[in-house]
Design a protein around this ligand. Structure first.
Ligand code: ZN
Length: 413
C-alpha cells in the first residue's frame, strides 16, 4: 500500500474538515452547530463510523452515544486517541472536530504503514455543552463524575427544557445503562488528544506544535459587595458607600496577585452586575465573578484565598461589607511524563518548532486522566480565535501532529 506523505495527510484532513462543515453535518449554514441527539450529530457519527470501518475498525457507541472505534477486540489493551465532534452553538470547523479527524488520520496512517498498532479512537459526546449546558458531559459520564439524578432531572435541554434522560431515550440510547459508559476507558494503555490551542501562544512564538504538560485547574467564585444606593448628583463624595470602588480595587489586586503568583496563574473578572445599574444612581450592590486558574493548584488557589481577603478588607475600609462565595473548584490535571516525553522526542525528530505548554482551557482529557495516563497535543489557531465561525487552523499542522502522535505511540508500545 502506498504510504501517504505529510502533504497527503494534510489534504485528507482538510477534505474531511471541509466535508463536515457542510449540510447535513451542521444545523446552521453560518456557523458549525451540532450537538447531542440532533440529526446533524447523528450524521457526523455515521460519517466517522464509515471512514473507520473502511480501515478495519469495529465501531460502537456507549449507552449514551460516545463513539468508540477499535482495531482490536474489546477488552484487549489499546492506545486511545480522539477528542469530541460536537460544537459550540456558534462554532467553527476546528474545535474538537480537527482532533477527531486527526485521530482518524493516525488510524489511517497506522493502517497504510501496516504498523499493527492496537488503537482505540474515541469521540466524546457533548463536550461543549451546546445541547444541555453541561461541559465535558460525555467524558464526565464515562469517568463517573455525575450521578443519576443529574441525567434524569438536573441536566435539561437548552432547546426544549426536557431532561437529558428523555432526549437520550428518544434518540435510541439507553440512559439506564449509563454506568456501563465507564467501559470506554477499559484496556486503554494511554491516551492522546489533539486540539486547537484556543489562545495565541503558539502563533506568537512561531511554534507549530504544543505539547501539553498540564491542564489548568480553577476556582470559580462570586463576590457580592453591599453598599448604599443613593442619588449620584445629590450625594457628596465623602458621604458615599459605593460598592463599585471595591470592584475596582479588587480587579487591580487580582491582576497584581496573579502576576505575582506566576507559574501560569491567571485571574479574570468576567461578569459584573451593578444594582440598580443606572447612570444617575450610586449602586446599592455589586456582584462580580472570579475565574482564577493555573496548572499548579497551590499557586492559583493561593490567589483565590488572598483575593477573598482583599475584597473583604477593601469593603471594610470603605464602611461596606463583601461576601465571597465559591461556586466550583477543580484541580489541575498533570499529563503523564512518559507520554509527554515520547511526544517531545517525536516532535524534535521532525525538526519542526514545538514547545511545552499548559492548557488554560478544560478538555475531555481531564476526565480520561482519572483512569489512564494521558497527554495532549495543541496546534495553532489563527489569532487564538475559537468558539466562533472565524476559527481557523492549518491542516498541515494537524498532519504534523498526526505524524508525531503516531511516532510517539509506536515508541511507547
Ligand atoms: Zn474542544
Amino acid at each position: 500500500m502506498a504510504v501517504t506523505t505529510r502533504d497527503g495527510s494534510a489534504a485528507r484532513i482538510e477534505r474531511d474538515i471541509e466535508h463536515l462543515a457542510t449540510a447535513p453535518y451542521t444545523r446552521s449554514s453560518e456557523a458549525i452547530r451540532r450537538y447531542a441527539y440532533t440529526p446533524e450529530y447523528r450524521n457526523t457519527l455515521d460519517w466517522f463510523t464509515r471512514e473507520l470501518e473502511q480501515i478495519g475498525f469495529t465501531v460502537s457507541e456507549d449507552p449514551l452515544g460516545t463513539l468508540v472505534a477499535r482495531n482490536r477486540p474489546s477488552g484487549v489493551p489499546a492506545f486511545g486517541i480522539g477528542s469530541h465532534c460536537d460544537s459550540n452553538r456558534n462554532g467553527g470547523k476546528y474545535d474538537g472536530t480537527m482532533g477527531v479527524v486527526t485521530a482518524l488520520e493516525v488510524c489511517r496512517l497506522a493502517h497504510e504503514q501496516e504498523l499493527d498498532l492496537p488503537l482505540q479512537l474515541v469521540s466524546f459526546l457533548e463536550e461543549e455543552g451546546s445541547g444541555f449546558g453541561q461541559m465535558l458531559l460525555g467524558s464526565r459520564i464515562v469517568a463517573g463524575r455525575i450521578d443519576e439524578s443529574d441525567l434524569r432531572e438536573r441536566f435539561r435541554a437548552i432547546d426544549d427544557g426536557r431532561s437529558f434522560w428523555e432526549h437520550a431515550e428518544a434518540a435510541g440510547y439507553e440512559p439506564s445503562r449509563w454506568r456501563e459508559c465507564a467501559a470506554v476507558l477499559d484496556g486503554l494503555t494511554g491516551w492522546i488528544e489533539m486540539h486547537i490551542e484556543q489562545a495565541r501562544v503558539l502563533q506568537d512564538t512561531g511554534n507549530r506544535i504544543g505539547i501539553v504538560t498540564a491542564i489548568a485547574g480553577y476556582v470559580h467564585a462570586d463576590v457580592v459587595v453591599h453598599g448604599r444606593g443613593d442619588h449620584a448628583g445629590a450625594t457628596p463624595m465623602d458621604l458615599r458607600l459605593d460598592p463599585t470602588l471595591v470592584l475596582a480595587e479588587t480587579a487591580l489586586e487580582l491582576e497584581r496577585l496573579a502576576r505575582e503568583a506566576g507559574r501560569g496563574t491567571v485571574g479574570t473578572i468576567g461578569e459584573v452586575e451593578v444594582d440598580p445599574g443606572l447612570i444617575n444612581a450610586i449602586a446599592s450592590r455589586v456582584r462580580f465573578s472570579l475565574d482564577i486558574r493555573g496548572p499548579e493548584d497551590d499557586a492559583y488557589r493561593d490567589v483565590a484565598g488572598k483575593i477573598a481577603t482583599a475584597a473583604a478588607t477593601s469593603a471594610e475600609a470603605r464602611g461596606m461589607h463583601a461576601e465571597y462565595v465559591e461556586r466550583q473548584r477543580l484541580p489541575a490535571t498533570p499529563m503523564d511524563e512518559g507520554i509527554v516525553g515520547a511526544l517531545e522526542r517525536a516532535a524534535a525528530a521532525t525538526g519542526e518548532p514545538y514547545r511545552r505548554m499548559h492548557s488554560g482551557a478544560a478538555h475531555d482529557t481531564m476526565c480520561v486522566a482519572d483512569r489512564v495516563p494521558v497527554a495532549m497535543v495543541f496546534v495553532p489557531c489563527v489569532d487564538g480565535i475559537s468558539h466562533h465561525p472565524a476559527e481557523d487552523a492549518d491542516p498541515a499542522d494537524a498532519a504534523l501532529a498526526a505524524e508525531i502522535i503516531l511516532a510517539a505511540i509506536t515508541s511507547l508500545l
